[in-house]
Design a protein around this ligand. Structure first.
Ligand SMILES: Cc1cc2nc3c(=O)[nH]c(=O)nc-3n(C[C@H](O)[C@H](O)[C@H](O)COP(=O)(O)OP(=O)(O)OC[C@H]3O[C@@H](n4cnc5c(N)ncnc54)[C@H](O)[C@@H]3O)c2cc1C
Length: 477
């Protein structure tokens, strides 16, 4: 089955007033239909470079309203692009074919936090950090921790299968999604999974929707798995003379039988950018050297203290220049402040940061760093690497000036081609966290086999036969 391509915005323009009138009938609150051009422009972009103007935007209050809009659009072949908090990094929620932008921002209620079932029932626009704080107050833990957690939504996290530093021990978003309510492209509502921590009833459709980037359905509710909150935490921060030594320390930690909740690495350019941005003056410890490793462990107090000490000596045996161990929440937070400042420090260099969130098999970390150094020499572009060392998910940031971005687009594309080709050759992934969206669409065919792409097309056609959901993205039959 080949879906009809969702019709273009141009065609919709002629019947714009009837579209607005019809949508107002479908939504109970008049404010749920947005036509203000300034607001539409805001809604038509995320944190990546692309933007596009939707014809109109809707902000449903309920799953039924979202489903009604989809049913309407399905019958008329109108594109519908779903937007969470617009903090994506790949242009995923950009409505490239215009049409209707479905902004979920009104559906932001935490419906339930159950301390006996260890689940939270949430609407999609709940901000990730807000849920984490609310469950923490009840002694519970929602581990997925994207760096954007103060701004991004759980619906967006589910649609991109977001990760973060703590995923090393706890995994990415997918294992925390027990059940979903989905508004399907044709306007039906369906529930998949449920509130049990195990469920083998039929195909695992819950997982299918996780990471589907708004192409298969609209998430209108989620049942999330919670854990007991670990009572103690310790952080170690260490400097090394090179990334090679920091990477060797990562391997040594695993081989000694430790599974920290996070292991974050940063290279010399990133560290120097933080020094230049005077991050240290804000009370943050910046270790000496050309590479930085931040390790966090959690659990019961006695085991955290003894593991912390053991890791400190392991660092010393593995050529760390200096190691600091923090066990109080305040000192741990100060160490994390350095890690959290890397993005801003790199931006403060005045260069534009082209952030590629590739993932390589764990054992390829040193190869990746060596490759990035060679690429830097060859292209003349500064390359800053930092990220989730334990997962092999490193943010390779190609740093370019505004002139380079304007005058040398082909050279930049060639550098990106070289990076992604190398990563694919190693059996790595072109995106470990952010998703394909528009940013990685160019490399989607290279990263997948024809059969795998056919399979994606079949799934898309089965769930969205008219091709209305987020058209123009990586599966666009
Ligand atoms: C500073 C910064 C740091 C970041 N750090 C991380 C990180 O550490 N880890 C990480 O994984 N990501 C990170 N990101 C990327 C981003 O925050 C995540 O991709 C996040 O999950 C996006 O959520 P959102 O609500 O902003 O989604 P949006 O940007 O609004 O949408 C993202 C995608 O999800 C779809 N979508 C959104 N809501 C729904 C829904 N209800 N139903 C169906 N589809 C939907 C959209 O169509 C789009 O394809 C970072 C981004 C920034 C700007």
């Amino acid at each position: 089955v080949i879906p009809r391509t969702a019709r273009s915005s141009k065609k919709i323009s002629s019947s714009h007033s009837s579209l607005e009138r019809d949508l107002r009938k479908l939504l109970l609150h008049a404010a749920g239909v947005i036509t203000d051009p300034v607001r539409l422009a805001e809604l038509g972009r995320d944190k990546w470079f692309a933007s596009a103007l939707p014809e109109i935007a809707v902000a449903p209050n309920t799953a039924q309203e979202a489903a009604a809009v989809l049913g309407y659009a399905h019958k008329r072949g109108i594109p519908v692009t779903t937007r969470g908090a617009g903090h994506g990094y790949v242009g995923g929620c950009v409505p490239v074919r215009g049409g209707i932008l479905m902004s979920m921002h009104r559906m932001n209620r935490i419906k339930e936090i159950s301390t006996c079932d260890f689940v939270a029932v949430v609407q999609p626009a709940v901000i990730t950090g807000v849920l984490q704080e609310k469950v923490r107050e009840k002694g519970l833990f929602y581990p997925p921790d994207p760096a954007s957690l103060k701004d991004c939504s759980l619906g967006g996290n589910i649609a991109t299968n977001a990760g973060g530093p703590r995923c090393l021990k706890y995994g990415v978003t997918r294992p925390y999604v027990l059940g979903l309510e989905i508004a399907l492209a044709d306007g039906r509502l369906v529930r998949v999974g449920g509130r049990t921590h195990k469920n083998k009833t039929g195909f695992d459709l819950t997982s299918l929707f996780v990471g589907s980037e708004g192409l298969l359905g609209v998430i209108t509710e989620a049942i999330l798995r919670l854990l007991p909150y670990p009572p103690a935490r310790a952080t170690l921060s260490a400097g090394f003379s090179s990334m090679k030594e920091a990477s060797a320390a990562v391997q040594a930690i695993f081989h000694a039988g430790f599974l920290p909740c996070a292991m974050e690495v940063a290279d010399s350019f990133t560290l120097q950018a933080a020094r230049n941005a005077h991050v240290g003056q804000q009370g943050t410890f910046i270790p000496p050297g050309n590479a930085h490793l931040l390790v966090e462990i959690d659990g019961q107090k006695a085991s955290v203290l003894s593991e912390g000490k053991a890791l400190k000596s392991l660092f010393a045996q593995n050529k760390a220049l200096e190691v600091e161990l923090a066990t109080s929440p305040e000192r741990c937070a100060r160490m994390w402040a350095l890690r959290r400042a890397f993005s801003a420090s790199l931006k403060a260099t005045g260069l534009i940061k082209l952030n590629e969130d590739i993932a390589v098999p764990r054992g390829r970390l040193v190869d990746l760093i060596t490759f990035a150094e060679r690429l830097q020499k060859k292209t003349g572009f500064q390359i800053a690497c930092f990220g989730h060392a334990g997962d092999g998910n490193i943010h390779v940031n190609i740093m370019v000036s505004a002139e380079q971005q304007a005058e040398q687009p082909q050279k930049i594309e060639a550098a990106l081609d070289a990076l992604f080709t190398r990563v694919i050759t190693w059996g790595g992934a072109i995106t470990g966290e952010h998703g394909i969206g528009l940013a990685k669409k160019r490399w989607w065919p290279q990263a997948t086999s024809p059969t795998l792409r056919d399979l994606h097309t079949s799934i898309k056609c089965a769930l969205d036969p008219e091709g209305i959901l987020n058209p123009g993205k990586f599966v666009d039959p």
